[in-house]
Design a protein around this ligand. Structure first.
Ligand SMILES: Cc1cc2nc3c(=O)[nH]c(=O)nc-3n(C[C@H](O)[C@H](O)[C@H](O)COP(=O)(O)OP(=O)(O)OC[C@H]3O[C@@H](n4cnc5c(N)ncnc54)[C@H](O)[C@@H]3O)c2cc1C
Length: 293
């Protein structure tokens, strides 16, 4: 069923990098929930795999001295939504994590695999975008840190160089401190379905006005996107039902929705307008905000 030629199981990142440089044909596998499906479908065959599962600590979630939250690339979605640090500081990521697949998938699927797979529907992508996450990529050439907004290169493509391993996802304290947010996944089924539209928002407010608003959409363009027009429109405005409605309309301007068998362009744009506004209202309420009925 699976055409696997060989599987390497390094126990350290250093060994993994050596193996990758010795054999450039090695395909990295984390939880395997995307890779194995592609092998099963015959999209890839005769594969030599390099599994990251035996590398201790690559799933660790911790807060660094400066308040930055570090999420190991091998953290599974089950580990993420049960983690105290994530629930305490990045609850929008918990919401996204718990929306992935079903229990079996969440136990295997990793956040690193979700990002490196490059799918526009990846549930973690929009939340990492609103938190301005940085990705730590290690290769034999050294370490580089790439902002997630620069990582997506096109449908199913990411800026991962040959021989590179994503080891950590970093979210600085500036990004999450005193921000409240919400993730809404709209899909045809409640479980085991990928998003028709994913909306992540975080916001901060002062004296009844938005001081910071970040909005990201999945499946609204070829890659997950931030809604700059809507964010700029929101800053400094009174938090009212009318403002929320207008922000939803502005969010559509950043999208490049298209017709697909899952939904028409017009329906997706309608969803963007409504769900952005709804997610932001929920974020305001979670922040103890003003009455916006
Ligand atoms: C039934 C089912 C339901 C699903 N539902 C959802 C859903 O609701 N939402 C959603 O977002 N996804 C869903 N998926 C897709 C999949 O589960 C996720 O994308 C998952 O997060 C992939 O992680 P993984 O660890 O299994 O990745 P893998 O399959 O192991 O790898 C995916 C890709 O990333 C690369 N890679 C993995 N880790 C690294 C790393 N650390 N460094 C460099 N490259 C790496 C691999 O080489 C491969 O190209 C579903 C899949 C299935 C089969």
């Amino acid at each position: 069923m699976f055409d696997i030629v060989n599987i390497e199981k390094p126990e350290t990142v250093e060994d993994a990098l050596k193996m990758l440089s010795r054999n450039p044909n090695l395909k990295i596998i984390a939880g395997g929930t995307d890779v194995l499906i592609r092998m099963h479908n015959g999209t890839i065959s005769g594969v030599e795999l390099l599994s990251l599962r035996s590398i201790a600590g690559l799933n660790e979630i911790r807060i660094l001295d400066d308040g930055t939250i570090s999420i190991g690339a091998m953290a599974t979605f089950a580990e993420i939504f049960r983690n105290e640090i994530i629930n305490g500081h990045l609850p929008v990521l918990s919401e996204a994590a718990v929306s992935v697949g079903g229990p079996q998938i969440r136990n295997m699927a990793t956040i690193g695999g979700n990002i490196c797979n490059g799918a526009v529907s990846a549930d973690s992508a929009t939340t990492l975008l609103v938190y301005d996450a940085a990705l730590k990529l290690i290769s034999n050439e050294g370490t580089r840190t790439v902002q997630i907004r620069d990582f997506y290169a096109g449908p199913g493509r990411v800026n991962l160089l040959p021989g590179e391993i994503l080891t950590e996802i970093l979210i600085s304290k500036d990004s999450y401190h005193e921000a409240t947010g919400c993730y809404i996944k709209h899909s045809s089924r409640k479980a085991m379905d990928i998003a028709m539209l994913g909306v992540s928002v975080i916001c901060r407010a002062e004296a009844g006005r938005f001081s910071d608003v970040r909005i990201a959409l999945g499946v609204a363009a070829p890659i997950p996107i931030r809604c700059n027009e809507a964010e700029n429109y929101a800053i400094g405005r009174d938090i009212t039902a009318e403002t929320l409605k207008e922000i939803g309309k502005h969010a559509v301007k950043s999208s490049k929705a298209r017709d697909s068998w899952r939904a028409s362009k017009a329906y997706r744009e309608h969803l963007i307008e409504i769900l952005v506004s709804r997610a932001l209202k929920e974020a305001v309420i979670r922040g103890g905000g003003v009455n916006i009925e």
